[in-house]
Design a protein around this ligand. Structure first.
Ligand code: MTE
Ligand code: MO
Length: 387
């Protein structure tokens, strides 16, 4: 017969507030940093009207998003140990009679369930997004963002509720000084100590760090087994979505291709040769994907500001970019004025000394400082300028 265990049935002396509070503190720090960098990433992609994101420093998004994915990955082993250290508490019985005790216990279980579910949801969806596996039909970004608020709200409540316990557990000893009275009878008593358990946890977290960090920290790349798409791609930069995947035909950038620049009811058309005839600028800028990987390249092309000026637009204009892509997301992006006016924002024609490959966005693509990869639109066909 299946019997529901009681809290006393879990007699593992490795568990206890001393372990839970220490692992929980590390986990809380990871979640806090992951939340803040995540909100930043969301704002980078759906910028609220009151916020003008600056193009400098050009590496900022690369760093914040690298940290977002690293702290999220490091949180996985920490969350597992944390849950292991407290799950017997879930089996603690409380009287199911209408009373204050029942109310308090019920609310306690409820918010903990919300916290645990939201935390697991965030880590699982985040990791699956990194490996491009979408076994769901909802929008990843808006859902991951909404659940982040639920998780952080429940986490703040959790810390507030447990603060006295956390404080005493962190200042108290880790291992019980006295060996358990039944040390001979209890086979576990001669096993590992809490100190060893914690050390193992930190090693697991460090391994998760090293395994992910290579996608932003170049010298770690060779050991970073979780660093998806951080290896070399054509011209030294990985490919996120190929032309075939985006439904861009191989001959899309052929001789017939022309860039349309619309401003004030007029359309200016430019061939690739026209663009090549304009003053070319070299800029070293990273592609910093929301998935955490990033890679630097030297891009050569025409400042977007030079193109808007050629179309007759004054400085301070914004530009709506459209790609030739026929399938999937990220076919368009918008450059706010501060990015258009920055001479490092290019309509790039070349990467690391060679013409762009089709998969990198041939015949031309946007590359701008301090922007998420999803906004570095490839296979550009139209720029709509509005003053
Ligand atoms: N038109 C278009 N541009 C796009 C994308 C896309 O799917 N379609 N993907 C974006 C994403 S998510 C990233 S990270 C970068 C990657 O550029 P790369 O493939 O040249 O490395 O391109 C961006 N530009
Ligand atoms: Mo990306």
């Amino acid at each position: 017969m299946l019997t529901v265990p009681r809290v006393e049935d879990f007699s593992d002396r490795l568990r206890g507030p001393a372990v839970t509070a220490r692992v929980g503190t590390a986990l809380g720090i990871c979640f806090g940093i992951c939340f803040l960098t995540g909100v930043w990433s969301h704002f980078q992609q759906t910028t609220p009207g009151w916020l003008a994101i600056p193009p400098s420093p050009y590496w900022l998004y690369r760093v914040t998003q690298g940290i977002h994915v690293i702290t999220g990955t490091v949180a996985v082993p920490l969350l597992l140990v944390k849950l292991w250290s407290v799950y017997p508490q879930f089996f603690k019985r409380f009287p199911l009679r209408p009373s204050r005790t029942m109310l308090v216990n019920g609310l306690d279980r409820f918010y903990l369930l919300v916290l645990v579910t939201a935390a697991i949801f965030q880590l699982v969806t985040g990791l699956l997004n990194v490996v491009h596996w979408y076994p769901w039909s909802f929008s990843f970004r808006s859902t991951h963002y909404a659940v982040a608020w639920i998780a952080i709200g429940a986490l703040v409540l959790h810390i507030a509720v447990k603060l006295p316990l956390i404080r005493s557990a962190l200042t108290g000893p880790l291992d019980d000084d006295e060996p358990p009275a039944n040390a001979d009878a209890d086979p576990e008593a001669s096993g590992i100590s809490r100190r060893t358990l914690l050390r193992t946890t930190w090693v697991a977290a460090a391994l998760a760090f090293v395994a992910t960090a290579g996608q932003t920290v170049p010298w770690l790349r060779s050991v970073s087994v979780f660093a998806v798409r951080s290896g070399d791609g054509p011209l030294g930069v990985p490919i996120n979505r190929t032309a075939a995947e985006a439904g861009v035909p191989p001959d899309a950038g052929g001789d017939a291709w022309q860039l349309e620049v619309g401003y004030d009811g007029r359309t200016t058309r430019m061939s690739r040769a026209d663009l090549e005839a304009m003053d070319q600028v070299d800029e070293e800028l990273p592609i910093a994907c929301v998935e955490g990987w990033s890679a630097s390249g030297v891009w050569t092309g025409v400042p977007v500001a030079a193109i808007t000026a050629a179309a007759g637009a004054p400085p301070g204009a914004r530009v709506f970019v459209t790609s030739m892509q026929t399938r999937g997301a990220f076919a368009t992006s918008e450059l706010p004025p501060q990015f258009v006016d920055d001479r490092r924002t290019l309509l790039a024609l070349r990467l690391n000394g060679a013409d762009l490959t089709l998969d990198h966005g041939y015949p031309c693509r946007i590359i701008a400082p301090n922007r998420p990869g999803v906004l570095q639109t490839k296979w550009v066909t139209k720029l709509e300028v509005s003053a």
